[in-house]
Design a protein. Sequence first.
Length: 255
Amino acid sequence: MRHHNRLMTLVAAALLCGAPALMAQTPANDPSARLTQVLPVGVANQVLVVIARARSHDLPAQALANRALKFAAKGVDPSAIAKAVSEQESRMELAHSALQTARGTKPSDDEVDAGAEAMRKGVTGADVSALAKAAPSGRSLAVPLYVIGSLIDRGLASGTALQRVEDRLTAHASDGDLQQMPSQIPAQAIAGRDHQPTDVGRDLAQTKRPGSAAGAGQSGAAGGPPSGVPANGGASAKPTTPPGLINKPSTPKKP
């Protein structure tokens, strides 16, 4: 009995000694742990509160952390980052509800994040539900929703982009086929635009990692601030509207 108690004491001591190392590893793997390093304390705390709330609501919290880190790496004004993350979390809530209501099953994190991005570019919750109902049963909607956003970036109205993707889903197009759709938009539809459309594959990857956030805080980040988010105190250039936009202009994007 005495030997057993001594053994248990040694095991407990070993676990206690290893606990600090384990705790030190966890923040290093958590994007949110870097927010306090790249953002002012007050802003970082605001963003962390939003991330914690998203996690408690079963939303893709890591995507929000990645978003904040990406914006910080690109030099976006900290107050704009806090606002963008909060608004994205609200859109995630709407996208999650729309997808789950339409399908009766829990959507994946990628689908929720893609739905929020589509909403940021003008797609409504009702549109997301309609897409979910029209798609073949069991089909992931992450790529279709990202493609809708890319088509809107190319100059299509949100309703037109949605309908085109719905038609391709009904025809059982593969994700690879869908990803080709933005490049098939006539060049004149995007002539004169002051930024290139978002790449679908890159958007999907950014739900998993913070993009260029590994260099957060570095100057000269390529590509400038993210679409729709003002940098350096909120100053932004007035966007130009290309002639001959297809259909009516889409709803202005939010950061």
